[in-house]
Design a protein around this ligand. Structure first.
Ligand code: NOJ
Length: 561
């Protein structure tokens, strides 16, 4: 079992009775993609019952909190990010009563629980959107309906593209087939954007926040936090060819969005203990991201440049330094993440020749296409990257399965793909199903313990070799990825929490050194072994070589204390 004692002077984030309200400043949060975590009723889909049954895994791992991806009623046009009712639970996942049980059990186990709020858009099955299509003017005013351009309005109202591919507009039709206005969807057609200039939209989200806060939810991850407010008049984006996310766009990261979060912060602060937020905001610089973290706005925001950085010491260092500096200017902690349910798992990202720069994910896909992954190298690097991430000051998110060393499943049969990206990209982008494959819990059984025995197949097939990566196979193996994460979380608590000092002393090319108090973290991204600083070894991502050298693609924590 893990050692649950906090290090001297550290925040005891695990004991709600004594916890500092700043627990979120250095928490490790485990991301639960509920469809793929654990299935309790045998339908091949993960559910709340499965999560409840597997809470001991998270306690044993030593995380402080969970973030649960949307579990609300949804037609699943986008894996639950198309919400039909914000204040209930999807029947395939369980009931509201199950959710309340989960909250109680997680809290009793010392785990906080963050949910995922999806304010930019709903589902086209949301009652408001149905009323809008049926002709209610009040309901239409909660979404973004516009007449088309060109003769007979046959062209979309502007040139915006959906993040999943294709136009961001779909035309509506009357019952007799007569074409009408278009509605905006920055994502799938089944995800109509709300109009945040409408006070009813604002009020309804306040109700949703309160609904879950009143049930003890500790906070929210905010989906597409940078999307809610659009430039007035919805002008064309006029993007130059090849423009990436760093290019300003009238749909994204508009200054007006901050006022919404000031209101949300006041609501979160009115609870005891105060509730917290983490923003998903893909913005063009660490400075823009820090704007979301001003003291009267959101508590934390994912630092995606770290996730996008290739396995190169200089880039990992510059991204980390820049992020820390930008967040520090507004008094916020940085929030590190290596993988999530939207990006190829980092074992696989690191398994191909690494780009020379921090690339947008589309550019990364192009860069790596046609290159065969070397998964053994990817895994070595992933283990090392975990030791870097977990040593950085701030909060860290661990995506389910990362603690098992799972790779992206790149060979799913096309017929089973469910991500709308696959269809909307015209079958050129395989989408995100490959990082959403159900977890292996046991080394045996038809679904590797994901579903109860005798159940149907999991919603996506697991690679057979994941039997060797199952939780019960790794649990007692001191060399496993699971043991590495567990050890790192324990040592983080003992040596690193409660301090915000950080220095990056000079290091040889290809080597990153990070110093925090008595602990020195050495990350070797070169192909040659390097010497470690004098001191006691706390943890290494791979066994040290002859003479105590740190091998290629490895990291170690040493201490002078
Ligand atoms: C970000 C979520 O993480 C992703 O899964 C989803 O497709 C989009 N937002 C749209 O909600």
């Amino acid at each position: 079992m893990r050692d649950s004692r906090p290090a001297p002077g550290a925040t005891d984030a695990r004991d709600p009775a004594t916890a500092d309200t700043g627990w979120w400043r250095e928490a490790v949060v485990y991301q639960v993609y509920v469809r793929s975590f654990a299935d309790s009723d045998g339908d091949g889909l993960g559910d709340v019952g499965g999560l409840r049954a597997r809470l001991p895994h998270l306690v044993d791992l030593g995380v402080d909190a969970l973030w649960i991806n949307p579990w609300y009623p949804s037609p699943m046009a986008d894996g639950g990010y198309d919400v039909a009712d914000y204040r209930d639970v999807e029947p395939a996942f369980g009931t509201l009563a199950d959710a309340e049980e989960l909250l109680a059990e997680a809290h009793a186990a010392g785990l906080r629980v963050l949910l995922d709020v999806v304010p930019n858009h709903s589902s086209d099955a949301h009652p408001w959107f149905r009323e809008a299509l049926a002709g209610s003017a009040a309901a239409r005013a909660r979404f973004v309906f516009r007449p088309g351009r060109g003769p007979a309005g046959a062209e979309p109202p502007n040139d915006w593209e959906s993040a999943f591919g294709g136009p961001a507009w779909t035309r509506t039709h009357a019952a007799d087939g007569t074409p009408g206005d278009w509605y905006l969807h920055l994502f799938a057609p089944g995800q109509p954007d709300f109009d945040w200039t409408n006070p009813e939209v604002r009020e309804d989200f306040v109700r949703t926040l309160r609904f879950w806060f009143d049930r003890g939810v500790d906070g929210f991850r905010i989906d597409v936090a940078h999307g809610l407010v659009k430039t007035e008049g919805l002008p064309d984006a006029d993007l130059p060819p090849g423009a990436d996310r760093s290019h300003p766009h009238p749909a994204w990261d508009q200054d007006g969005v901050h006022e919404i979060y000031r209101e949300w912060r006041r609501i979160a602060d009115s609870y005891d203990p105060p509730r917290v937020f983490v923003a998903e905001a893909w913005v063009r610089s660490s400075e823009r991201l820090a704007d979301y973290l001003r003291p009267d706005e959101l508590h934390t925001a994912f630092q995606f440049d770290f996730l996008r950085a290739p396995w190169r010491a200089d880039l990992l260092r510059s991204v980390a330094e820049e992020a820390l500096a930008a967040a520090a200017r507004v008094g916020a902690p940085s929030t590190w993440v290596l993988s999530n349910h939207d990006v190829p798992r980092h074992v696989t990202r690191y398994a191909r020749p690494q780009p020379e720069a921090v690339l947008d994910l589309d550019a990364y896909r192009e860069h790596s296409s046609g290159q065969v992954p070397d998964l053994a190298t990817g895994l070595r690097r992933a283990r090392a990257a975990a030791l870097l991430m977990l040593a950085l000051p701030g909060t860290a998110y661990v995506y389910q399965g990362e603690e098992l060393g799972l790779e992206e499943v790149e060979d799913l049969p096309d017929a089973l793909r469910q991500d709308p990206v696959w269809v909307q990209s015209g079958f050129t982008d395989p989408g995100r199903d490959g990082c959403r494959v159900p977890l292996p819990w046991t080394g045996e059984g038809p679904s590797l313990g994901f579903s109860p025995s005798g159940a149907g197949r999991p919603w996506l097939p697991q690679p057979p070799h994941w039997a060797g990566l199952a939780v019960d196979v790794q649990r007692d193996d001191p060399a496993s990825v699971l043991s590495l994460y567990r050890d790192a979380l324990r040592l983080r608590r003992e040596h690193l929490l409660g301090r915000d000092d950080v220095a990056f002393p000079p290091a040889a090319p290809g080597v990153l050194v990070l110093r925090r108090g008595d602990v020195e973290v050495t990350v070797n991204t070169t192909a040659e072994p390097v010497a470690l600083p004098a001191g006691r070894l706390l943890l290494a991502s791979t066994p040290l070589g002859d003479g105590g050298l740190l091998p290629a693609d490895a990291a170690a924590w040493t201490t002078r204390g």
